[in-house]
Write a protein that binds this ligand. Structure first.
Ligand code: SAM
Length: 247
């Protein structure tokens, strides 16, 4: 595990957030939480295979600043479901910078959910709850269906599949926010019908750009879908159908 110097970690974190207009999201306590999250994630990485990015400066840009960009989009006190949270992204950074949110982190892998749950407890993040669940099962469960102001997802599936996994969780009037890779425009074009069928409208795609003053800026698209109508009860379908015959 790479040695992490707390002082230089805090200085990089503060610098990157400042360069990207997010200084107001940090405090001494939050810097400390990010430092402890980094130490824990790297310590547990071998056991849980959590991240391919192990350089603290890259973790700050690619994981923390990237996930923190969502903070400005979410209403105060909102409920959020993070679909396919993996090692806790965007759940954990978002819960540090937005303690007012109520976040349910969901993943089909129990090992990762155990890690997210234990990490949230260790860091005192009382606004996070982590549940092992397949999204397509959760979306049928009345406890979770159309109960959230927002669904988020980063790097989980292509947009037609992801929309069927995530949109059933969102209340009418809420939003689905997908942090996507390079092919987003193309994915979105082929997902228009799926999004409309699931009750989504007014879809927008925008480019997120983050600098760290060292390497190339990090850029990737973000897709925001408004939930305008209830999702028909026939969705989500079983995963084999979702992936073999995407809407
Ligand atoms: N969001 C995290 C991130 O940005 O680092 C993790 C991304 S990882 C590439 C995708 C995650 O989605 C995996 O942890 C996987 O288990 C989860 N996943 C994929 N399909 C799922 C489903 N149908 N229900 C719940 N989780 C799912």
């Amino acid at each position: 595990m790479p040695e992490i110097n707390e002082k230089s970690f805090n200085s990089s974190l503060t610098k990157v957030f400042a360069m990207n207009g997010m200084s107001s999201l940090l405090s001494m306590e939050r810097c400390d939480a990010f430092y402890r999250l980094t130490v824990r994630m790297l310590e547990e990485n071998e056991k849980y295979n959590l991240t391919a990015i192990v350089d603290p400066d890259k973790i700050i840009l690619n994981h923390y600043a990237d996930c923190a960009t969502l903070a400005a989009r979410l209403k105060k006190g909102a409920s959020v479901i993070d679909v396919g949270c993996g090692a806790g992204f965007p759940t954990l950074p978002l819960s540090i910078v937005r303690p007012d949110l109520k976040i349910l982190a969901v993943d089909s892998t129990a090992k990762r959910i155990n890690y997210v749950d234990e990490t949230a407890k260790l860091l005192g993040l009382e606004n996070v709850c982590a549940v092992t669940m397949r999204a397509e099962d959760g979306g049928k469960n009345p406890e979770y269906r159309e109960k959230f102001d927002y669904a988020t997802a980063r790097a989980v599936a292509e947009m037609r599949v992801l929309s069927e996994l995530a949109l059933p969780f969102v209340k009418v009037g809420g939003e689905f926010v997908a942090m996507k890779g390079k092919n987003a425009e193309f994915e979105l074009a082929s997902a228009k019908k799926a999004i409309a069928t699931l009750g989504g409208r007014d879809t927008k795609c925008e480019e997120i750009t983050l600098k760290d003053g060292i390497g190339e800026p990090l850029t990737h698209p973000l897709i925001v879908v408004k939930k305008k109508e209830k999702t028909p009860t026939s969705y989500p379908r079983p995963f084999a159908q979702i992936s073999k015959k995407p809407l």
